[in-house]
Ligand binder design. Structure first.
Ligand code: BGC
Length: 440
């Protein structure tokens, strides 16, 4: 692979870094925000969840923007919005301004969560596409961990404005980086800028590989006209539902209960002291980053489906063991709680995390890829919102054993969906995947 391709994917993945940072940073910052602004509980919940509402709005507009103005322009725009949101949050004089600024940040997260993986998958040569799109998930996990470390370090003097404001650094990098990056060759063909598209393909591929890509892209584009309503055509409907199902399953197997509420889970399983609970969560965050490397190296070698099976199986084991811990609370089991969560998060990190983003960037035909990804990503944010909203209620109402067993059952259902409906997309040209088993 040419270093240039890695650079392009790396810059676009900054969108993932901001996604992780901005969703992760609030848990630590909230403590001090609540104190400074004298926020009642429902307002605190709103400051946290308004990001997810913004993300839904961003996600639903992202596809149309990516198809109309281009992938690159949309990511540049996301960089600007991330920056405005970071500054707005850092200087917010009142809760209302803070809520608005966090909503703005959410819009940027929604935009980039559609367009970053979409852009990377369109630029990547097919042999390394799995690894490069997994780089996006890697960036998300680094963002989450960085947020956690920043929260921890700045907690001493309660500098929540710095916690939120530091996101300006990756925002500027994304903005400047994307201005310098090329447009996706597939998008250029789609809008008829063929010469530029050919030039970009030649920059991406070694030797004559680009000619085959050009041919397949052109013939895919000629097959039918690309009205956005085509996403509901019978031939694409299968892919549409599969993308939405995968996006929802990624969330209802419970990942953000752990990412957003880690310290509370540890506290409930007997890890004593807030500091120990926070450190245990940081450890889980580190596993989240490191295990993603497995997907980067193996998504193109052993394929997407084997990673999904292995990851889902072990996630289920981790969840059941956590359910067991909750069934017999006591400090003696806190080590098992930590081990279970590390197993669960580590396995998510090389399977359902990256591979869902990868698959939803692969399975839609080029003509409707933007809108298809938008809908799947919207479903992802919606499911995230619902799970985060009800996790604590579930934990208190149903108890730990039932809650985590439900998540484990969801892993089994996801496995069945993978076995039954997900096509193996390893090494396939994007155009050969569209209309494959998922699209039929
Ligand atoms: C999910 C996020 C989650 C993150 C955890 C992503 O793939 O979409 O909701 O917070 O992984 O690493």
């Amino acid at each position: 692979m040419r270093p240039f391709v890695l650079l392009v994917a790396g810059v676009a993945a900054l969108g993932g870094l901001l996604f992780g940072y901005d969703t992760g940073v609030i848990s630590g910052a909230m403590l001090f925000i609540a104190h400074d602004f004298h926020l009642p509980l429902h307002m605190q919940e709103f400051v946290v969840s308004v990001v997810l509402i913004g993300a839904m709005l961003g996600a639903i507009t992202a596809g149309a923007s990516a198809d109309h103005f281009g992938r690159r322009a949309t990511l540049v725009c996301a960089g600007v919005i991330f920056g405005i949101g970071a500054i707005g949050s850092a200087v917010a004089p009142s809760p209302i301004v803070l809520i608005f600024a966090r909503f703005v940040v959410g819009i940027a997260i929604g935009l980039s969560s559609v367009v970053s993986p979409l852009y990377i998958s369109e630029v990547a040569p097919s042999k390394v596409r799995g690894g490069l799109v997994s780089l996006y998930q890697f960036a998300i996990t680094i963002g989450i961990l960085a947020a956690f470390i920043v929260d921890y370090v700045l907690a001493h003097d309660g500098s929540w404005r710095w916690m939120l404001g530091l996101a300006i650094v990756p925002s500027l990098l994304l903005l400047i980086g994307m201005i310098a990056m090329p447009e996706s060759p597939r998008y250029l063909f789609k809008i008829g800028r063929d010469q530029e598209a050919q030039d970009e393909l030649q920059r991406i591929h070694d030797g004559d590989g680009w000619k085959i890509e050009e041919e397949t892209i052109r013939s895919a584009l000629m097959q039918r006209q690309g009205a956005s309503t085509e996403i509901f055509a019978p031939s694409v409907r299968g892919a549409l539902f599969l993308g939405i199902a995968l996006a929802v399953l990624q969330q209802i197997t419970g990942i953000n209960s752990v990412i957003y509420y880690g310290p509370r889970i540890f506290a409930a399983t007997g890890v004593s002291g807030a500091e120990a609970a926070i450190l245990a969560t940081a450890l889980v965050g580190a596993v989240n980053v490191l295990a993603t490397l497995i997907a980067i190296f193996f998504a193109d070698r052993i394929g997407r489906k084997p990673l999904l099976y292995a990851g889902l199986g072990c996630m289920g084991v981790g969840l059941l063991s956590l359910a067991y811990v909750f069934a017999q609370p006591g400090a003696a089991l806190s080590g098992l709680a930590l081990g279970s969560l590390m197993l669960y998060v580590g396995c998510f990190a090389f399977s359902l995390g990256p591979i869902v983003w990868l698959l939803i960037s692969e399975i839609y035909p080029l003509r409707v890829r933007g809108i298809g990804m938008s809908l799947a990503t919207l479903a992802n944010w919606l499911a995230n919102f619902v799970v985060s909203l009800y996790f604590l209620t579930m934990l208190h109402g149903l108890g730990g054993p039932v809650t985590f067993s439900i998540y484990a059952a969801m892993c089994v259902i996801t496995m069945i969906v993978v076995a039954r409906f997900v096509p193996e997309t390893k090494h396939e040209l994007l155009e050969s995947i569209s209309g494959g088993p998922a699209g039929g």
